[in-house]
Each structure stands twice: as structure tokens, then as C-alpha cells.
Design a protein around this ligand. Structure first.
Ligand code: CA2
Length: 150
């Protein structure tokens, strides 16, 4: 059980480019727009958000390790690392925090290599295909998970 009301929202490689290219797949919002949406939703639920993006696998692992003592739950869009990273899966399992896997696009309607997710094995649930609104849905779902754990 955590004393914290902070949700760590992690964004993996290339998500800093949102809104710049491929709006047909990922939407027209920038990552800064999405962070603002997350802050608004979290505040309305009495929660706070630590919103991060990294292009480096080791940095994401370190953020997950730190969350063990600072956060009540983790929402993660691991981007390309979703489909490759045992290290991120291990870190999520070690954290013992509730985890929600998130994707802007519906990964199951895309190329076969996106259908497998390592992150999924550590996640309570997965939200994908709703674009930026998925982040809001994930915060709502995390609020319930945190409440139930109290
Ligand atoms: O749909 C998602 O959120 C993904 O996690 C996005 C990843 C992709 O590898 C996953 O399979 C699904 C790619 C992030 C790349 O971000 C871009 C941003 C702007 C333009 C192009 C790519």
C-alpha cells in the first residue's frame, strides 16, 4: 500500500515527436498537450502526475525503480520498447506497483510485430487505440486501482 497520490506516467522513445509527424496514426496532439490533459484529469481526482518521456531504455528502468518509493502507480506507453524490453518488464515487476499499459494506436490492428507486448505481463490492464484520450482513461482506471489498494 502506498501513501503517495502521485501517478508516474512514462513515455518511451520518439513520443517527443508527437504532433509533428503521422497524425493519422497518433493524432495531432503534442506530448505537451497530452501532459496538460493528464494534469487536468489528475487534479480533478485529487491526484498528481509525474509526466516523463525518455528515448533511453536505462533511463526508463531507473524511473520505474524510483517510482517504488514515490508513486502510487505507473501508466506506461513504452512505445517501441513495449515489443522488445525484458528490462522494462523486470523493473515493472520489481516495483510491485499497479501498472497500466497504454498506447495511442490500436497495436493489435497494426503490424504483427506490435501484437506482442512484454509490458503486458506486468500490467493490470491495457488501453490502446483511443489516441490522447487514452491517457485520460488510464488516469481514471488508475484512480480506481489506487482507491481499491487503500
Ligand atoms: O501507439 C502507441 O502509442 C505506440 O506505443 C507508439 C510507438 C509504437 O512503436 C508502438 O507500437 C505503439 C511509436 C512511437 C513513435 O512516435 C511517433 C511520434 C510521432 C511521429 C511518429 C512516431
Amino acid at each position: 500500500m502506498s501513501e503517495s497520490s502521485e501517478i508516474l506516467i512514462l513515455n518511451g522513445p520518439n513520443l517527443n515527436m508527437l504532433g509533428v509527424r503521422e497524425p493519422n496514426i497518433y493524432g495531432c496532439e503534442t506530448l505537451a498537450d497530452i501532459e496538460e490533459l493528464c494534469n487536468q484529469r489528475a487534479t480533478s481526482l485529487g491526484l498528481t502526475v509525474n509526466f516523463k518521456q525518455s528515448n533511453l531504455e536505462g533511463e526508463i528502468v531507473a524511473d520505474i525503480q524510483n517510482a517504488r518509493v514515490t508513486a502510487a502507480g505507473i501508466i506506461i506507453n513504452a512505445a517501441g520498447y513495449t515489443h522488445t524490453s525484458v528490462a522494462i518488464l523486470d523493473a515493472l515487476n520489481i516495483s510491485e506497483l499497479p501498472v497500466i499499459e497504454l498506447h495511442l494506436s490500436n497495436i493489435h490492428a497494426r503490424e504483427a510485430f506490435r501484437h506482442h507486448s512484454y509490458v503486458a505481463q506486468a500490467a493490470t490492464g491495457i488501453i490502446c487505440g483511443f489516441g490522447a484520450h487514452g491517457y485520460v482513461l488510464a488516469i481514471d482506471a488508475m484512480a480506481r486501482l489506487i482507491e481499491c489498494a487503500e
